[in-house]
Design a protein around this ligand. Structure first.
Ligand code: PGA
Length: 250
């Protein structure tokens, strides 16, 4: 665990959640009001729920984030959502460069970097995702791939702004398997080095989250790993009963 900043546990609901799911967010906020967490806690619901969740959780300890944004502020981009729109709906953070977007929509490091600039322009705190595929890991490329993604996906404009990096090995997302503690540490230390190489002093302060099959049963062990400053949680963030023990593992 890094000493600073405060660890962040962020839930990524992906394309899950209807109005009825807001009850889970409320249950989470109520539990945190009764017993505050050591970590910062965020939920990133689908764009359709951001405004409602923001209203419902106003004043609570739960921060709201988006899952993606377009780099442009507005324009003829049917179906897309800008960083300004997310902020207007009540989001304070935004996940960018998730592997499901890199793989499914061909998002490059350069595009992710442009989206990070957009997030900063709108006053949002970016959570920038990086991570190797299984083939890249098996080829001994994990550290090189992730370091290159950090260098290419972070504009120098993030220096001095709040942001975090999420290391999410692609082969661990939704798979139920996680890397060994040694593998997590190796990549997190490499991400820190890449951040410092890219941003200098400013690269020392950002939290580096681990993501990929984080569950109540493995969260405490992961949180103890050197340079792990929180978690990005998919499936286990959908239910307050699963997410809370992860939040409390910090
Ligand atoms: P998972 O997803 O926790 O369901 O593996 C993590 C993520 O994709 O952010």
């Amino acid at each position: 665990m890094t000493n600073s900043p405060r660890p962040l546990i962020a839930g990524n609901w992906k394309m899950n959640g209807l109005g009825a799911s807001l009850a889970e967010a409320t249950a989470l906020a109520q539990a945190l009001a009764a017993e505050p967490a050591a970590a910062r806690v965020a939920l990133c619901p689908p764009a359709t729920l951001i405004e409602r969740m923001s209203r419902q959780l106003a004043g609570s300890a739960v921060e709201i984030g988006g899952q993606d944004c377009r780099a442009e502020a507005s324009g003829a981009f049917t179906g897309d959502v800008s960083a300004e729109m997310l902020a207007d709906a009540g989001a304070r953070l935004v996940i960018l460069g998730h592997s499901e977007r890199r793989a499914g929509y061909g998002e490059t490091d350069a595009l992710v970097s442009a989206k990070v600039e957009a997030a900063l322009r709108a006053g949002l705190e970016p959570i920038v995702c990086v991570g190797e595929t299984l083939a890249e890991r098996e080829a001994g490329q994990a550290v090189a791939v992730v370091a290159a993604q950090v260098a290419g996906s972070l504009p120098t404009a993030v220096a001095g702004k709040p942001f975090s990096v999420a290391y999410e090995p692609v082969w661990c997302i939704g798979s139920g398997c996680i890397p060994t503690i040694e593998q997590i540490e190796e990549v997190h230390v490499a991400v820190r080095a890449a951040l410092v190489a890219r941003l200098g002093e400013a690269g020392k302060g950002a939290a580096i989250l681990y993501g990929g099959s984080v569950k109540p049963a493995n969260a405490a062990d992961i949180m103890k790993v050197r340079e792990v400053g929180g978690a990005l949680v998919g499936g286990a963030s959908l239910k307050a009963a699963d997410f809370l023990p992860i939040v409390r593992a910090v």
